[in-house]
Design a protein around this ligand. Sequence first.
Ligand code: HEM
Length: 159
Amino acid sequence: MKKNIHSLGLGIIFASISFGAGCLESKKNQPAPVQEKTASLYERIGGQPAIDAAVEIFYKKVLADKRVNHFFEDINMNKQRGKQKAFLAAALGGPVPWKGKDMRKAHASLDLKESDFSTIAEHLQATLEELKVDAKLIGEVMAVVATTKDAVLNRKPAK
Ligand code: HEM
């Protein structure tokens, strides 16, 4: 009886070793796991709630700045905030494509200068810093915003 229990025990150990080896073997023959998709900048920054919060703070800064607030004197700021939230979300890789005006048409009549663009970009950067967004992510967002510069300033793209 004692002997039987002993051999049964060994049998179980042996069975589990060979089961384990079998598992390893079958994993080797499985296709490589599908690579995880890299999260978009939109997702990494915190999605629509993060963008909405940023745009609210951003326009407070813009409207308090005498260098640029005159551009927004006759603008419906509720609509503008909504448009900016949607634009940034789309530009950062969000799920809803931008359906508004293209950046050249939207700013064509404003006769904007390089300094106006820098001021606006400065306020966005300060907003993201205030919200404690990771510095690397801020850099990525600002790089995306910079891609709109030629269109916003209504000038030919640099070659
Ligand atoms: C920094 C990059 C910029 C981005 C991403 C941006 C984005 C936008 C967007 C999405 C709109 C709405 C377009 C539409 O109606 O469909 C808009 C409109 C407008 N933007 Fe910008 N903008 C930028 C720079 C600037 C600058 C530098 C100024 C002025 C200092 C400015 C002033 C305006 C004004 C006044 C409007 C309203 C135009 C109108 O409704 O007639 N923007 N912008």
